[in-house]
Write a protein that binds this ligand. Structure first.
Ligand code: PAN
Ligand code: ZN
Length: 176
């Protein structure tokens, strides 16, 4: 069961909580992230709820991602972003609540971006790294699905980031 009002899975097998301190090294404005960590007692940045399925080919892993709204300086809150360990693994994300963007990049540096609004399904093709960004003022809640043996590779994104960042400037969402 998914509680659509809370944007949470009921009785998940796994509940991963990433706090603001987990994003050190990711945002453009490091002092502003430190200020958030200190002044708001390292608040929850995003959560992932998962139902356990075997991490094997043929199985479909699924869960809920809930990303809080907010800004680090002018930069919208985002998830770390990753490639799948088996690079050629696609993924679907169905937006259930909130609004945002899915940033995507290839190892070669190609870039793409898709909008999240409730009811819109975003397809992440094989070989594209992906990062969710919350551009609204409520949690961004998505239902994701991918092949069970895909795995996650965060290392390359930590080193290279994404070609664009998302800012709120003068009341407008800007990619820069
Ligand atoms: C999602 C993401 C989730 C959290 O389950 O893992 O939104 O984002 P990060 O993994 O980038 O921290 C997914 O894409 N799984 O493959
Ligand atoms: Zn993924």
């Amino acid at each position: 069961m998914i509680d659509l009002l809370k944007g949470e899975m009921e009785n998940p097998d796994r509940h991963h909580v990433t706090r603001a301190s987990g994003l050190r090294g990711y945002y453009a404005n490091e002092p502003e992230l430190e200020r958030l960590i200190q002044t708001r007692h390292d608040p929850v940045h995003y959560e992932v709820f998962e139902h356990k399925v075997p991490a094997e080919a043929g199985h479909v892993m699924f869960g809920i991602s809930k990303l809080q709204p907010g800004l680090i300086g002018q930069e919208c809150f985002f998830t770390k972003g990753h490639y799948h360990t088996i690079l050629a693994t696609g993924e679907t994300y169905l937006c259930l609540a909130g609004q945002g963007l899915m940033l995507m990049r290839t190892p070669e540096g190609d870039f793409a971006c898709e909008e999240f609004v409730p009811g819109r399904l975003v397809y992440v093709p094989p070989c594209w790294g992906h990062r969710s960004v919350n551009t609204g003022s409520a949690p961004l809640v998505t239902l994701f699905q991918y092949q069970g043996d895909a795995g996650h590779n965060y290392g390359n994104i930590v080193d290279e980031g994404f070609p664009r960042r998302v800012y709120l400037r003068g009341g407008k969402i800007v990619l820069d």
